[in-house]
Ligand binder design. Structure first.
Ligand code: NAP
Length: 284
């Protein structure tokens, strides 16, 4: 039996095993997907097993998406630009890094399935909260692939936001305006002039989290993409109240997993089965 899995730290909450194991079962693939909850000291031995083939392929999550780059032999061009990977594929004994987070975001953003946003950002204005790992992948796809006109970034860590803004500016394949909203007082004007609002922070996950911005400024015209999927955030509640088009991060999670599955197996991922497994697990 082949073993795949998720490398990360403190990740027992992960929903990835239920999706991948349901997909293996549905396609009759003799394989299983496990959690590899590993501290820094365990990384060498994890990658030794991966190189040897004891582990056939893996996903990588917090806090190793960047650290893992030093263990793989080559990377896709997206990984090179984003600077982080979330999927590793063994090819003839060598390890190659991929990033399926950006694909998951893109598919959920533009898709037309239930839970997709059905929004085309070409020529549109985006306000993105967060400048961490997920934000980097999103900024890459919006600026390099999907042709957004303007991206405004806001993060509690303004240095990080500045860093991401310069990074996108330097790597953008097309003309794009990038700015950082340093001051909360600037937010409302930017929001009023944005088409898409993205929450790529963990803010809203816990009761008592601060507001990202004054949610009264969400209007019906806005498209809202909140990457959080485990709870309905105050931003999502406000968007629903305003009858704005809004999605959480569930389909992004599903699509990044589906693409990783396809890289490993060469088989089309049974998306509906993976989604069902995900929803069933979340209800427990
Ligand atoms: P990350 O690397 O920690 O980045 C999050 C960033 O948001 C950090 O820079 C953080 O600043 C900032 N932040 C926190 N609270 C904020 C606030 N109130 N206003 C503005 N900025 C704030 O995390 P990540 O990996 O990018 O993940 C971000 C979120 O997306 C998490 O909730 C994660 O679960 C979710 N996610 C979902 C998917 C999916 O498939 N649906 C995929 C990836 C990530 P500090 O570091 O200073 O706190």
């Amino acid at each position: 039996m082949k073993t795949y899995g998720l490398l990360g730290k403190n990740i027992s909450y992960s929903l990835s095993p239920c999706m991948h194991n349901a997909a293996f079962k549905a396609l009759g693939i003799y394989a299983s997907y496990k959690i590899f909850d590993t501290d820094e000291k365990g990384l060498e031995s994890f990658f030794f097993s991966l190189k040897k083939g004891d582990i056939a392929g893996c996903n990588v999550t917090i806090p190793y998406k960047e650290r893992a780059l030093s263990f793989v032999g080559s990377n896709s061009s997206a990984v090179k630009t984003i600077g982080a990977l979330n999927t590793i594929v063994r090819e003839d004994g060598a390890l190659k890094g991929h990033n399926t987070d950006y694909l998951g975001f893109m598919m959920a953003l533009k898709g037309k399935r239930s839970g997709d946003l059905n929004f085309d950002p070409d020529g549109k204005n985006v306000f993105m909260f967060g400048a961490g790992g997920a934000a980097k992948a999103i900024a890459y796809v919006l600026s390099n692939v999907l042709g957004a006109k303007r991206i405004i970034i806001a993060d509690v860590d303004t240095e990080k936001a500045d860093g991401l803004a310069s990074y996108i500016g330097e790597n953008a394949a097309r003309d794009i305006t990038i700015a950082v909203a340093h001051d909360k007082e600037q937010y409302n004007d930017f929001i009023a002039n944005s088409d898409l609002l993205v929450n790529a922070t963990p803010c809203g996950l816990k009761d008592g989290d601060p507001e990202l911005f004054d949610y009264r400024y969400v209007e019906q015209k806005h498209y809202v993409f909140d990457l959080i999927y485990s709870v309905k955030t105050p931003l999502m509640k406000r968007a629903e109240y305003q009858a704005a088009n809004a999605i959480d991060g569930l389909n992004m999670l599903l699509y990044q997993a589906a693409r990783a599955f396809e890289y490993w197996t060469g088989c089309e991922a049974p998306i509906d089965i993976m989604r069902e497994a995900l929803l069933e697990k979340m209800q427990k």
